[in-house]
Design a binder for this molecule. Structure first.
Ligand SMILES: CC(C)(COP(=O)(O)OP(=O)(O)OC[C@H]1O[C@@H](n2cnc3c(N)ncnc32)[C@H](O)[C@@H]1OP(=O)(O)O)[C@@H](O)C(=O)NCCC(=O)NCCS
Length: 159
């Protein structure tokens, strides 16, 4: 049993992480809760991952417990706004680990991108766990809207 006070390590993603992020991204719940829910093909992932590692406006953080991947937090930075994306490996879900990941990653974005003054999180209407983690982390509900018959909520954290 993993407790929520476990020591988790945080580092930037590196090229050799490509495979574990491929599996995490193709986890059924991660796909369901993403804007594009189709299965990701390996070639598609290779291009995406390589591009994301080189993108200076992209902060790609991985969390581990010992050698086990807990999950990832990514921020896409555009001017003073960063858009967050989070996913937790299924073996670590429901253990309140994401709150820790949000607060640790927030420290990094503040340090590395001092111009960022707000963080946006977009969540599908049925993704209750995700809505809760952002609200618990101090994000505020901003608006709801529908794209392709799917309702989304936007939450913002003002730094
Ligand atoms: C969303 C996600 C990051 C949450 O991380 P987590 O560490 O498992 O979440 P927590 O354990 O902190 O649980 C958060 C809250 O949601 C609740 N919760 C957990 N699973 C739930 C579910 N399936 N349905 C409803 N509520 C749920 C928990 O009870 C907790 O509620 P509380 O704060 O009132 O006690 C994780 O489930 C995940 O990776 N999901 C797939 C990817 C995803 O949805 N990413 C976000 C896209 S916006």
């Amino acid at each position: 049993m993993v407790k929520n006070n476990i020591k988790i390590s945080l580092r930037n993603a590196v090229p050799s992480d490509i495979r574990k992020i491929f599996y995490l991204s193709n986890d059924p719940l991660v796909r369901l809760n993403s804007s594009v829910s189709t299965v990701i093909k390996w070639e598609e992932h290779k291009n995406w991952f390589t591009k994301k590692l080189k993108d200076i406006n992209h902060l790609f953080l991985l969390f581990h417990f010992r050698d086990k991947l807990i999950g990832q937090v990514r921020y896409i930075v555009k001017n003073n706004e960063a858009e967050i994306s989070i996913s937790v490996h299924k073996r670590f879900r429901g253990k309140k680990i994401s709150g820790k990941m949000l607060s640790l990653s927030q420290k990094v974005i503040i340090k590395e991108y001092p111009n960022v003054s707000k963080i946006k999180a977009t969540v599908k209407d049925f993704n209750e766990a995700s809505q809760k983690i952002f609200l618990n982390a101090g994000y505020l509900f901003k608006k709801s809207y529908i794209i392709n018959k799917q309702k989304y909520f936007d939450f913002y954290l003002y730094l």
